[in-house]
Design a protein around this ligand. Structure first.
Ligand SMILES: [Zn+2]
Length: 222
């Protein structure tokens, strides 16, 4: 499962890895918290922002192999770690029962990203507790991995070696977010440059870096 505040975060943060997993037959569910209604670069695009975001997300699903996307429809810059959203996240984890979760890092300049990171860590932990069976059967997620958007990790914990075709799919998915290309000028350079830096660190051409959440321990698989 991948939890992102805005519909392009999972592309920037983990698009190549998600594509690599989908190629191996792993079922990927994305949860997007907002409608992206403030992410327009020109005033004349304002009214179309939500509809365009929806279409662009659907396109990215196909490119990256995301099987299902749940859009919570919260306001941009308005994601908060409140009780209702926390319970929603807990229920979604119990419903989709991931082995692994990708999401934002706690230390992120964007308020929505920080809120999502906290919500997901707490919900992952709550989802495995033996309570509220009406929210779904308790589920233990093996690990939560944080991805990078624009705040880069000084010390990544794990770097996924990214094949050329995976990076191309990530870039294709990013290009399909046409409404964001003006908002995030130079995003393709950022993605390709960072992929090279992260790859170099592990002897690979390209890479995608993650930090492992220590919010809640993983249960060792023996
Ligand atoms: Zn974002």
């Amino acid at each position: 499962m991948v939890f992102g505040a805005h519909g392009d975060d999972e592309i920037i943060g983990s698009g190549a890895t998600l594509y690599g997993f989908s190629k191996k037959g792993v079922e990927i569910t994305a949860v997007t918290f907002t409608n992206r209604e403030t992410a327009y670069a020109r005033i004349e695009d304002k009214d179309k922002a939500v509809l365009r975001a929806k279409e662009e997300m659907a396109t990215a699903n196909v490119i990256l192999g995301i099987k299902k996307r749940v859009i919570l429809g919260l306001p941009n810059q308005g994601v908060v770690n409140d009780r209702e959203t926390f319970q929603t996240c807990t229920k979604l984890i119990r419903e989709y029962r991931p082995e692994m979760i990708f999401t934002h890092a706690h230390a992120d300049q964007h308020r929505d990203h920080r809120a999502v990171s906290e919500l997901v860590d707490e919900a992952r932990s709550k989802a495995e507790e033996n309570l509220s069976p009406d929210w779904g059967t308790p589920h233990r997620t093996y690990a939560v991995l944080y991805f990078e958007i624009f705040d880069l990790f000084a010390k990544p914990h794990i770097i996924v070696p990214v094949e050329d075709s995976w990076l191309e799919k990530k870039l294709e998915a990013m290009r399909s977010q046409t409404s964001q290309l003006e908002v995030l000028k130079g995003i393709e350079y950022h993605i390709r440059g960072l992929a090279m830096v992260r790859g170099t660190a592990i002897g690979s051409k390209y890479g995608e870096a993650f930090q492992i959440s220590d919010f809640h321990p993983s249960r060792a698989q023996m």
